[in-house]
Write a protein that binds this ligand. Structure first.
Ligand SMILES: [Zn+2]
Length: 157
C-alpha cells in the first residue's frame, strides 16, 4: 500500500520522448488483454514505432455500417479526419481480434459466423476509411488466439 505522498509523487517514464511522427495509425479493439500484443505487432511486426492509436470496443467494427455502432462511427471518423489533417496521416492499419466481445455482446454473433463477419467488416471498414479520408494505404489484419499465443493474419481489404 502506497502512502499518500508516494501516490501523488511524479512518475518519470524511462522511455525517451521522440518528436517525429510516423504518419500511421491503427484502429483496434480496446480490450486490455491484447493491448501489448497490438503494440508488439504494430511496432515490431510492421515496424511502426509511435503509431497513432484509435482504440475502442470492437475496433474496425464501428466503421462497417452496423446500426448498433452508429454513434461510435461518427466519433472515429472525426478522429481519423483530425489525424489526416493535423498529423499528416498516410497509412491506416485495421485490426480485428478473435473472440471480440463487441461482436458477441453488441451484435449478438457467435463463432464460426463471428469471424466471417469480422473479416467482411475489415473490407467494409477499409472502403469506408478510404471514402472519408481519401487515403490509399489501408491494411487489415485478424488476430487469432491459439494456445496462449496471438497470431496476426493479413486480410485482403
Ligand atoms: Zn474486442
Amino acid at each position: 500500500m502506497k502512502t499518500i505522498e508516494e501516490a501523488h509523487a511524479a512518475y518519470e517514464s524511462r522511455i525517451r520522448y521522440e518528436t517525429a511522427r510516423i504518419h500511421a495509425a491503427a484502429l483496434y479493439c480496446s480490450d486490455g488483454r491484447l493491448g501489448e500484443h497490438f503494440d508488439d505487432f504494430l511496432q515490431n511486426g510492421l515496424e511502426l514505432p509511435r503509431y497513432d492509436r484509435v482504440s475502442l470496443p470492437g475496433g474496425p467494427a464501428c466503421l462497417a455500417g452496423h446500426p448498433e455502432a452508429h454513434l461510435e462511427e461518427q466519433g472515429v471518423v472525426d478522429e481519423l479526419k483530425f489525424l489526416v489533417e493535423v498529423h499528416k496521416l498516410k497509412r491506416v492499419v485495421l485490426v480485428a481480434h478473435q473472440g471480440c466481445a463487441f461482436y458477441a455482446a453488441r451484435l449478438g454473433l457467435n463463432e464460426p459466423r463471428l469471424e466471417l463477419v469480422q473479416r467482411a467488416d475489415l473490407v467494409r471498414a477499409a472502403a469506408f476509411v478510404h471514402r472519408v479520408t481519401g487515403l490509399e494505404r489501408i491494411e487489415g489484419y485478424y488476430a487469432r488466439l491459439t494456445d496462449g499465443r496471438v497470431v496476426f493474419e493479413r486480410v485482403e481489404v
